[in-house]
Every structure is written in structure tokens, then in C-alpha cells.
Design a protein around this ligand. Structure first.
Ligand SMILES: [Zn+2]
Length: 106
């Protein structure tokens, strides 16, 4: 069964996520922004497969979320106050960031 997102909202500096299978995740916005999976934040492998992580300058507005779009039913795309909006966070990636990716389930 595909993972679905029931609800997402910014609550007190964290992104609160509720998934269709009952799991809930709370991710602090600065952590979420630093984990931005887009190429300009995480780098892209060169011809030899080496990833040079770019220097990312996070300004005062970088950790404030202006809005969230749900992408294709499998990911979210946050819009940050500094205009950055290219990071697409899959639901699986969000669960991994929250430590809920299944490796420590009871
Ligand atoms: Zn990014």
C-alpha cells in the first residue's frame, strides 16, 4: 500500500506530518532546511561519482516556511521565506529524517 500524507502543517517551528498509516513526524524547520535534497543544497555527483557538497548560505529567512505544496501524492515541496523552493522531500525521506523509516519499529 502506498504511503499517503493525511495532514501537514507548521506548528511552533516544526513541520508536523501525519501519514495515512498512523505515523506522525515532527521535524524542526532548520533541520528540514539543512536536509534539503535539491542539487543546489546537496550537490550533484561529478563524472567520477564524487559529490562535492556546495557551500550553502542560509540567511535570516532560510528557516521560515511560507507554504507547502504536495507533489504527485508522494512528496512535499516547501516554500521557504528566502525564496528557495526546489527541494522535493519524498514521504520516505521525511520518515527517515524523523527516524521513523522502519528500522526501529517495535
Ligand atoms: Zn535546496
Amino acid at each position: 500500500m502506498a504511503l499517503t500524507l493525511e495532514h501537514c502543517a507548521v506548528v511552533g517551528g516544526e513541520l508536523a506530518l501525519a501519514f495515512g498509516d498512523g505515523r506522525e513526524a515532527f521535524l524542526p524547520l532548520p533541520m528540514l532546511r539543512r536536509a534539503c535534497p535539491c542539487a543546489s543544497c546537496q550537490g550533484e555527483p561529478d563524472a567520477l561519482g564524487r559529490v562535492i557538497r556546495p557551500m550553502v548560505d542560509h540567511g535570516a529567512d532560510a528557516f521560515e516556511m511560507k507554504g507547502i505544496d504536495v507533489v504527485g501524492g508522494y512528496a512535499i515541496q516547501p516554500r521557504w521565506a528566502d525564496g528557495h523552493a526546489t527541494g522535493i522531500y519524498t514521504f520516505a525521506y521525511l520518515l527517515k529524517l524523523a527516524g521513523l523509516d522502519g528500522s526501529h519499529r517495535p
